[in-house]
Design a protein around this ligand. Structure first.
Ligand code: FUB
Length: 321
């Protein structure tokens, strides 16, 4: 596959999470819709109400829509805004992790469970204890341990927390101070909770110093994803208001990760968000842009393109436009 392909031309889907289950590729995106809510920096216009699951047998082949797999009306603690979800498989069950504002307008992360990758996913009655912010991404480390990466600035509310405690008011570091970090936490054996306190995921520069808050073209904003390649851990993310997808490489799930470069230059639209997966011996970047909606930032469309590494394991930059 040499050119990017739109996957779901008849609906608006964004924030792909992608996994291979039983040899098939499954996509779990956010389901964008026209909410008529004015655009603002908190992302109120991203007012999504359900998730669909999609599957593919071949990367160039048909995309099957398995319909609604979780609906906000079935989540007992729901307030509003179902943002980027992810799904993990363990012991014959599929676990969907999703961020959602509770009835007090605070983002929490919930879990919903199914016997099948295509749902329906049945939500637990409460959000995960100790959870906050957005964009959960799950790493199955292959040794029985599963890790959740999460966090997002601005509308994602990460600036309201330090050391896993809520602050009295939102607080951003000064430009020369270390940037706010995404979080990583090992999941409990039953996959329904955290097994420890979340840890900061530190991203270092080429001199081994944490990226600073003023380093806006490289510091973390949202959209965590982790994959493994040649025994290394690749943490990838969006820089938000500077619109890059970047990657950083580490030796273990907790990091630190050292910044290595841009994966995707800015796409049409404000947000950029992705998943990286190996399928049938090739690597792919799943992402979104707003070309089909004529640039409406809240109506995004899913795409896939091939991804390559150089001989040193650095991901080669893909042009978003
Ligand atoms: O889809 C809503 C939010 O937009 C996601 O949670 C962010 O990562 C950004 O893509």
């Amino acid at each position: 596959m040499k050119t990017a392909r739109y996957l779901i031309p008849n609906d608006y889907m964004a924030d792909p999470s992608v996994h291979i289950f039983n040899g098939k590729l499954y996509i779990y995106p956010s389901h964008d819709r026209e909410s008529h809510i004015p655009e603002n920096d908190d992302g109120d216009h991203f007012d999504m109400k359900d998730y669909h699951a999609f599957s593919m047998e071949e990367i160039e082949g048909e995309v099957t829509d398995h319909g609604v797999v979780l609906d906000v009306k079935d989540i007992p603690w729901a307030g509003r805004q179902l943002w980027d979800c992810d799904v993990a498989f363990k012991n014959n069950k599929y676990y969907m992790y999703f961020p959602l504002k509770d009835k007090t307008d605070i983002f929490r992360i919930g879990v919903a469970i199914s016997d099948k990758p295509t749902g329906p996913f049945i939500p637990e009655i409460n959000p995960i204890r100790g959870s906050y912010s957005i964009d959960p991404a799950i790493l199955d480390d292959g040794d029985g341990n599963y890790y959740m990466y999460f966090g997002g600035l601005w509308g994602g509310q990460l600036q309201c927390y330090r050391d896993n405690k809520v602050l009295k008011c939102a607080c951003f570091p000064a430009d020369d101070e270390p940037a706010l970090c995404p979080r990583v936490v090992r999941l409990s054996d039953d996959m329904k909770g955290f097994d420890e306190e979340p840890h900061d995921v530190v991203i270092l520069d080429e001199n081994g110093k944490p990226l600073t808050a003023g380093d806006v073209k490289r510091r973390f904003f949202e959209a965590s994803w982790v994959h493994k390649y040649n025994g290394k851990y690749y943490f990838s993310y969006s820089t938000g208001d500077t619109h890059f997808l970047c990657h950083a490489i580490g030796d273990n799930p907790y990091g630190p990760f050292t910044y290595k470069g841009i994966i995707l230059t800015p796409v049409v639209g404000w947000t950029t968000h992705h998943a990286i997966v190996e399928f049938k011996n090739k690597w792919y970047l799943f992402y979104h842009d707003c070309v089909p909606s004529g640039g409406k930032t809240w109506l995004r469309s899913l795409k896939v393109t091939e991804l390559e590494y150089d001989s040193g394991g650095i991901i080669k930059t893909i042009e978003g436009r």
